[in-house]
Design a protein around this ligand. Structure first.
Ligand code: ADP
Length: 637
């Protein structure tokens, strides 16, 4: 008896989930196993192109499905690369697709439907339909073959076995039927045929099965339709059409075909938001099939996410995730490229310098951009769904590489705006609505549109009928600053100390008040030395007493964002305390300047802290602030 080994804890959990699965699409196990078989053949075929010892031609490779009603087993074989003893252990004993598990632990307690749907689960899905699984495999080039067996969570065994040729044979002992699930159906040739056609039609290698057919006997009398005139013959059939989907004609394909292919290859149960299937001829010739997922993968905005497009050379897969094919700002795109112009022996190191590949990458980027623009124009709702999932990435794209891609991306951006209902707007739409006298694109930063509405500095601007872009993501202002302008309209923060606003008359008035109260403002500036750069008359406040603005390259918002980084602790914006000259408080300040300068100092402190709070910034001395307010509240004078 071979030793029984234990699954790794995580694998065990996943396995347990499969065994007790109530998932209604258990049939997908077949797609998963066929897909693994096809990958294994891909590997050996690829090798055969450069290694004569493989000794096989393309037409020798095949996948086989063998149903057996009497033993209630289903066997799937391939003559691909196979697995060594160690590979059997490490590939099947430890679950590779850790994404599934991460998802599972984050969603502990929910049923399994989501996880199976969202990630696909590869080999372990066999346990949704089988009570026992046997994997007999011989690695290419090895002398010995090994069999891996498991009846579920109790563990598995690996021992030597007989197997002549390289490849893998997976034998499923089907579960007993229940009221809900008739596992017998997986030995039914019609069911199996349907499943292959539905999920695995495009697999490049033939999926063969012996099929029973009722045929007329050759010597049957012409008018005899009784059973005696028929015989049962067994014929080998290839169940799949074998044409890779991307080589097919677009008009032969339905949306479902693309969806199925996408789900299978890219392990995402949800429908893709968009697929782009095209043949490109010219400087470089290639077929491509690209997908934009309808939601961001769970790890998309983390460093674990690996971008890349599958690369085929004339139908032979040479790389799973070719990152050179896709720019970072479109890293959410999944799909594949097949080109006869590429050398099969291309290595990872050579890729960066390959001019064909660079040309394909350029052309793909253009394609994605134009499809997104089309979507934005023709299906706004869907585009906004896309934006929700991946808009952040586009904004990072505008900002990164010193703004190199801003021209490419600027018309794909959406911003929340002060317009009714905080609608999303493109820059083009914003500009088209700009008032005649408006020279710049106004924006303001804040946490949420609702909070921004309450910011004192937005009140008057909005009331005068100007639209403001509301920047609510950390990256937003960095992106906007990188763009500098759009269609010759500069971006202008209304939190900027030099925000140019108001009529000539209003400006004149503000200047006058400034001059008359120069000493007062200087005094406040001095009282808050080290905290603010200056105090000044505000031109943009209406009903509120104070607000903060900033001068120079670093805005208040950037200070907030950069402070979150360990090396950004010392970043400081140059703050300006703006005071509303039409507010009651201004009169009070003037009085105090004449009568009680100590108190004026306290007032200046309080106003500054209030302005910080309004901006959502921490105040330096909350206790001091609180004490000052309390003493004001209890001041009977
Ligand atoms: P994934 O396919 O996502 O890697 P699986 O659980 O389906 O996850 O398979 C784990 C690994 O086992 C595969 O990556 C592959 O290396 C190996 N494997 C599975 N099936 C076969 C097969 N038929 N032939 C060779 N290797 C296989």
């Amino acid at each position: 008896m071979p030793e029984t080994k234990q699954f790794k804890a995580e694998s065990k959990r996943l396995l347990d989930m499969m065994i007790n699965s109530i998932y209604t699409h258990k049939e997908i196990f077949l797609r998963e196993l066929i897909s693994n078989a096809s990958d294994a053949i891909d590997k050996l075929y690829f090798r055969s192109l450069t290694d004569d010892t493989v000794g096989m031609k393309l037409s020798d490779f095949e996948i086989r499905i063998i149903p057996d009603k009497t033993t209630r087993t289903l066997t799937i074989t391939d003559n691909g690369i196979g697995m060594t003893e160690e590979e059997l252990e490490s590939n099947l004993g430890i679950i590779a697709n850790s994404g599934s598990l991460k998802f599972k632990s984050e969603n502990a307690g929910k049923d399994d439907v989501d996880i199976i749907g969202q990630f696909g689960v590869g080999f372990y899905s066999a346990f949704m339909v089988a009570k026992e699984v046997e994997v007999r495999s011989k690695a290419f080039g090895a002398d010995k073959a090994y069999v891996w067996k498991s009846a579920g969570t109790d563990g598995y065994t690996v021992e030597e076995c007989d197997k002549e040729n390289a490849g893998t044979e997976i034998i499923l002992k089907l579960k007993d039927n229940t009221d809900d699930d008739k596992y017998d159906e997986y030995t039914d040739q019609w069911t199996l045929k349907d499943l292959v056609r539905k999920y695995s039609d495009y697999i490049r290698f033939p999926i063969k099965m012996n099929v029973e057919d009722r045929k007329r006997k050759p010597d049957a009398k012409e008018d005899d339709y009784s059973d005696a005139a028929y015989e049962t013959v067994i014929e080998e059939q290839t169940l799949n059409s074998m044409v890779p989907i991307w080589r097919k004609n677009k008009n032969e394909l339905k949306a479902e075909d693309y969806t199925e292919f996408y789900r299978d290859k890219f392990r995402d149960y949800s429908e893709p938001l968009l697929y782009i299937h095209s043949k490109t001829e010219g400087a470089v010739t290639y077929d491509s099939l690209l997908f934009i997922p309808s939601r961001a993968p769970y790890d998309y905005y983390s460093k674990d996410y690996e971008k890349g497009i599958r690369l085929y050379s004339n139908g032979v897969m040479i790389m799973d995730k070719c990152k050179e094919l896709i720019p970072d700002h479109f890293s959410f795109v999944k799909g594949l490229v097949d080109s006869a112009d590429l050398s099969l022996n291309i290595s990872r190191e050579m890729l960066q310098h390959d001019s064909q590949l660079a040309a394909i990458a350029k052309s793909i980027e253009k394609k994605i951009k134009s499809e997104l623009e089309k979507l934005l124009k023709n299906d706004r709702e869907k585009y906004e769904q896309f934006w929700k999932a991946f808009g952040m990435q586009l904004k990072f794209g505008v900002y990164s590489d010193f703004g190199e891609h801003k021209e490419t991306l600027q018309d794909l951006l959406l911003f929340t705006s002060s317009a009714e209902g905080h609608k999303l707007t493109t820059l083009e739409e914003y500009v088209s609505r700009m008032k005649d006298d408006q020279k710049s694109i106004y924006y303001v930063c804040g946490e949420t549109p609702e909070k921004i509405d309450l910011l004192p500095q937005t009140e008057l601007v909005r009331e005068k009928g100007y639209e403001i872009l509301y920047l609510t993501d950390n990256v937003d202002e960095f992106a906007v600053k990188m763009m500098i302008q759009y269609k010759e309209k500069p971006f202008q923060s209304i939190s900027d100390g030099n925000f140019d606003f108001g009529t000539e008359e209003e400006k004149e008035q503000a200047k006058k008040i400034s001059e008359e109260n120069k000493d007062l403002f200087d005094f406040i500036g001095k009282a808050l030395e080290g905290k603010i750069k200056t105090a000044k008359v505000s031109e943009k406040l209406k009903t509120h007493p104070v607000c903060l603005s900033s001068e120079g390259a670093i805005s208040l918002e950037m200070e907030k964002v950069l402070k979150q980084n360990p090396d950004g602790k010392d970043v400081k914006s140059e703050k300006v305390l703006e005071i509303n000259p039409n507010h009651q408080i201004f009169t009070t300040l003037k009085d105090l300047y004449a009568t009680d300068k100590d108190k004026l100092k306290d007032y200046a402190d309080i106003l500054y802290d209030q302005a910080l709070l309004i901006e959502g910034m921490p105040i330096e001395d909350p206790v001091g602030f609180s004490n000052k307010i309390c003493s004001l509240m209890t001041d009977k004078k």
